[in-house]
Ligand binder design. Structure first.
Ligand code: UGA
Length: 437
């Protein structure tokens, strides 16, 4: 099929390459000429395992090209809207300027019978509004909402073999046509058994908001348990293992630590609360405010634990933060808990050095006042405390005896509870995890 992908950020670049991998002829469109130049040259402007190889493969096969011109979407039967929906400045609500702008521009390039497929995370009600606009301009085109559930670090796998597809479509013939077209687009993963649900627009939009809210709630739940463990001497990692053995609960997303960050969970729960407020259902989601609060408290708690490790004072102390990305296998530093903690420590008088295998360039732009060091050994040399805040494999595999020879004082805060505390203590370290005595 001939497919266009509007917006070539994280979601769009991955989606475009994956659609080409599925055998479609794809054009990726973005207003940013630099991004398009990089992608067309086979360079991925962010770190995502497996994507550079995939991009090279589909570019070489001639099935994918990129353009800054919306007119190049002409000729495609299916148009995927993959633009970002960031948090509005000074508000909780989502900023829909990119969605509205891209959609309006796309209207000029549509041809009879085209299917427009929204993938961006939007407030419930957006699809119905856009469908009305579409009907006014192109009565024979149809809109579907097909939310994306990819995780950074696993984006290619999550796109080619997702847990499920959700199609939000209108009633009747147009809905059936959109469903048939999407089934054809995704025929390969569907043939492998990927489940798919066909719903109305509002349900499809809400599936995405609900899924991210549930994941955020699960993380904040275990972090709330960590707070209780900290005052009782219990161990949150054992607690998570034990409750996770109950299949109804499940162990995944029960890792206590410094909380969630990134470009999705924090802004999505806030946008969901804002939308519920607009709809008069704000009471239904007040618990998400607590989820957000617990999450933000983890960052302050990490600062306090570091102060305790350093005998009550941060002033003039040399602290090395291991990890700047919001999670491993990503160079994304949007709302990164690790960087937020690093900045707070620096503001409170410590001299903070940050290291990360992929995220230093992005981190430097956001927090230029911090010191950055790419080499791990260099970064930890003469430190008074190490803080493991993003669980990259190289930090999980750090040998306590080796690190002990480099630092000034053997203090370590394991902000993700991923180190073997006994091994670190045996090597003479003052080890602190989170939510454990
Ligand atoms: C999240 C969702 O997991 C995806 O399903 C969704 O498609 C995506 O948002 C999106 O809306 O686009 P992502 O932001 O890539 O994906 O990251 P996650 O793997 O969900 O991690 C989010 C944060 O939670 C990270 O900071 C991570 O360190 C933290 N986390 C995760 C924990 O603190 N504990 C856990 O047990 C799991």
């Amino acid at each position: 099929m001939r497919v266009s992908v509007i917006g070539c950020g994280y979601l769009g670049a991955v989606h475009a390459a994956c659609m080409a991998k599925l055998g479609h002829e794809v054009v990726g469109i973005d207003v940013d000429p630099w991004k398009i130049g990089e992608l067309q040259a086979g360079r991925v402007p962010f770190f995502e395992p497996g994507l550079p190889e995939l991009l090279e493969e589909v570019l070489a096969a001639g099935r994918l090209k990129f353009s800054t011109e919306m007119a190049d979407a002409q000729g495609a039967q299916v148009h995927f809207l993959c633009v970002g929906t960031p948090q509005r400045k000074g508000e909780y609500a989502a900023d829909l300027r990119h969605v509205d702008g891209a959609f309006a521009a796309l209207l000029d390039s549509l041809e009879p019978g085209n299917v427009v497929v929204g993938k961006s995370t939007v407030p419930v009600g957006t699809a119905a509004r856009l469908a009305e606009d579409l009907a006014g301009r192109h009565p024979d085109a149809v809109l579907a909402w097909n939310p994306e559930f990819l995780r950074e670090g696993f984006a290619v796998k999550d796109t080619l073999a997702p847990d499920r597809f959700v199609y939000g479509v209108p009633d009747g013939g147009p809905g059936e046509r959109a469903t048939a077209v999407l089934d054809e687009v995704y025929s390969a993963p569907l043939a492998l058994g990927t489940r798919r649900l066909v719903t109305d627009y509002a349900t499809a939009e809400l599936v995405k908001s609900a899924a991210n809210s549930f994941l955020a709630t699960k993380i904040s739940f275990i972090n709330a348990m960590a707070e209780v463990c900290e005052v009782t001497g219990a161990d949150v990692t054992v607690l998570a293992d034990a409750i996770g053995m109950d299949e109804r609960i499940g162990r995944r997303f029960l890792n206590a630590g410094i909380g969630f960050g990134g470009g999705c969970l924090p802004k999505d729960i806030r946008a969901f609360m804002a939308r519920a407020g607009e709809l008069g259902a704000d009471q239904a989601l007040t618990f998400l405010r607590e989820v957000d609060d617990i999450n933000v408290r983890r960052r302050m708690r990490a600062v306090e634990l570091t102060r305790t490790l350093l005998d009550g004072s941060l002033l003039g102390k040399r602290i090395t933060v291991l990890g700047a990305a919001f999670k491993p296998d990503s160079d994304d530093v949007r709302d990164s808990p690790a960087l937020n903690i690093a900045a707070q420590l620096q503001l409170q008088g410590a001299a903070v050095t940050v290291t990360d295998p992929q995220a230093i360039d992005g981190a430097q732009v956001r927090f230029p006042e911090l010191t950055y060091e790419r080499d791990l050994d260099e970064a930890i040399t003469e430190a008074d405390a190490l803080l493991l805040l993003t669980e990259w494999d190289e930090y999980k595999g750090l040998a306590p005896e080796h690190a002990a020879r480099l630092v000034r004082t053997r203090n370590i805060l394991d902000g993700r509870n991923v180190l073997d505390s006994r091994a670190w203590r045996a090597a003479g370290w003052n080890y602190k995890g989170v939510g454990r005595s």
